[in-house]
Design a protein around this ligand. Structure first.
Ligand code: NAI
Ligand code: MG
Length: 397
């Protein structure tokens, strides 16, 4: 069998350390691959005026599957200040390269599994009816529409006349906002299309079917956001009735869902939502299984391009420590999702088991698992470094 080529995009800050350790784990687990490095992030913004160079886009188009660490994003003005002098005159505007990748390749399906590990001291606990402490197992998989909705980027402040006049044709806009001067109006749109909505719903139902979940929860707000959430709910009802009679469709509102997940998270399996609500709910569930050190994700397009990344960012304040202290598990779990995607399930199963064994044993824990605040001296205080955590996982393989 020919060697698999994976695009490795470390990005900025702790992205580099977690990706490096993850590749060591993949090698040790017997995943036979070649990694080609893709340039992405702040460094390339500063030096080239483009945080997502065309050569990286070409690499991903060619090899299709990528591991991505994290990038640093800064507000527009700061981004401009950090540009190299010769680029300052060129009128460049910074935009997030990871959002750019999502849009360019149509990575519209985002999957964020949140499953608790036995023995993780960061697991959600609650008081039971008998007064004792309960630790319900969490196993929710969030399917987030990744390209549309409120993050679609169609927005205005002080919209031009044509746009403003078009809005005035909507009776509610006219009544509620029509007397506000145009200069005082900011508008962000929430656009859903049938095609993308169908794809994220289908992905969620198929996942439930394949992995034996008995329900899919649509988490939106159709009673208030009638057009977009409403369309999604109607489509979900129809899809369930036509194609998934053995899977129940539950409908929850995002606000209520945030409350339910802090009370009975074990009740939920597959959850599907639009872009922003999916983002919110996946962070909510991630908090129940240990937070950013454990939150992994996959982003996939209809054309077979896929990018796997932890949901955490570049944590710049930790990037300069002599010894990296961050937890590599979110990145390692993201790599396991990649292995599932390319049908290397024997290897992903092996790695997940090794991670589970290390966590359950409890002798090697990164600072977050010890509830310390992240400082260089956490290693002296007994926390494992990023490398030591990877070593412990490798030893269990
Ligand atoms: P962040 O996720 O980088 O860090 C927040 C805090 O979470 C850290 O200070 C640390 O305490 C903890 N943390 C994060 N990853 C961890 C890990 N693997 N192990 C242990 N603890 C961990 O978010 P923040 O500070 O809001 O953003 C920093 C930079 O990252 C910003 O420039 C932001 O734009 C960018 N960012 C990039 C993302 C991406 O690349 N997809 C996602 C989120 C933020
Ligand atoms: Mg987020």
């Amino acid at each position: 069998m020919s060697k698999r080529t994976i695009v490795a995009m470390p990005g900025d800050g702790i992205g580099k350390a977690v990706l490096e350790e993850t590749i060591r784990v993949l090698d040790a687990a017997g995943f036979d691959a070649e990694y080609v490095e893709g340039d992405i992030g702040w460094e390339f913004w500063k030096s080239e005026g483009n945080p997502l160079p065309q050569r990286t886009v070409d690499l991903l188009a060619k090899h299709k599957v990528a591991l991505f660490g994290a990038i640093t994003s800064k507000p527009k003005d700061e981004a401009f200040e950090e540009l190299s002098d010769e680029l300052k005159e060129k009128g460049l505007v910074y935009s997030s390269p990871i959002v750019g990748l999502r849009q360019h390749f149509g990575l519209d399906i985002c999957v964020r599994p949140t499953k608790s590990y036995l023995g993780n001291p960061l697991n959600f606990i609650r008081r039971g009816a008998d007064g004792g402490v309960e630790e319900p197992p969490v196993d929710a998989v969030i399917f987030r529409q990744n390209t549309e909705g409120l993050y679609g980027g169609v927005e205005w402040s002080n919209p031009d006349d044509k746009v403003y006049e078009a809005f005035l044709t909507h009776p509610k806009f006219k009544k509620n906002f029509g007397s506000t001067p145009k200069e005082e109006v900011s508008i962000s749109t929430r656009i859903f299309t049938k095609n993308a909505t169908e794809r994220i719903l289908r992905a969620a139902f198929n996942h439930a079917k394949e992995y034996g979940y008995n329900s899919v929860t649509l988490c939106e707000k159709p009673n208030v956001i009638r057009e977009t959430s409403g369309m999604m709910y109607k489509m979900a009802l129809k899809m369930q009735a036509a194609d998934y009679p053995n899977i129940e469709l539950w409908n929850t509102n995002i606000d209520a869902q945030m409350m339910w997940l802090t009370k009975n998270p074990e009740n939920y399996g597959v959850i599907v939502a639009g872009n922003m609500f999916g983002d919110i709910i996946s962070d909510g569930f991630a908090g129940l299984i240990g937070g950013l050190g454990f939150a992994c994700s996959a982003q996939m397009s209809a054309e077979g391009i896929a990018v796997f990344e932890p949901t955490h960012g570049s944590a710049p304040k930790y990037a300069d420590y002599d010894t990296s202290i961050v937890n590599p598990i979110a990145m390692i779990e993201s790599a396991c999702m990649m292995l599932d995607y390319i049908d290397e399930k024997a290897i992903s199963t092996k790695i997940r088991k090794a991670v589970a064994d290390v966590i359950e044993e409890g002798t090697v824990r990164t600072y977050d698992m010890m509830k310390m605040s992240g400082r260089p001296d956490v290693i002296e205080k007994g926390a494992a470094s990023t490398t030591q955590m990877a070593d412990a996982i490798i030893a269990k393989l």
